[in-house]
Write a protein that binds this ligand. Structure first.
Ligand code: 5GP
Ligand code: ZN
Length: 139
């Protein structure tokens, strides 16, 4: 099956482009959470954060920083969220890695996800497990 975002990058499907360089492409989300909601992605297809090479990832984030600064200046927004939905349980719909830049303002009414405190030894256990996986370098 074809990739919708590859088709947008190749110009086969129209978009409101805001940025392009040799490796990175960015355009307005068709269904914005806030006006100026922008998607930043690699031109090279990869499905998510765990299968992108670090050089490309670095280029995406460098471009995202530049694009975010331009959004703030253009729209006068005073904050922003950068979100990357990864995998179906996390709400990823398009399987081509992309970062959402969502401009934010003081009274925009958007709420953050609720938190739920750890109980007992749970935090220590989880931190240990993650550290072990990082130490043996098997990710
Ligand atoms: P995900 O849920 O995969 O993180 O986000 C996919 C995003 O792509 C959604 O916010 C959705 O509105 C946006 N989107 C889906 N189809 C199109 C399209 O054809 N054009 C544009 N510009 N955005 C799209
Ligand atoms: Zn793609």
């Amino acid at each position: 099956m074809g990739c919708l975002f590859c088709e947008i990058i190749n110009g086969k499907i129209p978009c409101y482009k805001v940025y392009e360089d040799a490796d990175v492409f960015a355009f307005l989300d068709i269904n914005p959470t806030m006006p100026g909601h922008t998607l930043v992605l690699p031109k090279k297809h990869c499905s998510g954060l765990l299968d992108v090479d670090v050089e490309t990832l670095s280029k995406i984030m460098t471009a995202a920083q530049k694009i975010t600064a331009a959004i703030q200046k253009a729209l006068g927004s005073s904050g922003f969220n950068i979100i990357q939905n990864n995998g179906v349980p996390a709400g990823q719909v398009i399987e081509h890695l992309h970062f959402h830049i969502i401009p934010r303002n003081e009274s925009d009414g958007l709420k953050h996800w609720p938190g739920k405190p750890y109980s007992g030894d749970m935090a220590a256990d989880i931190a240990n497990k993650i550290q072990q996986k990082l130490e043996i370098g098997n990710w």
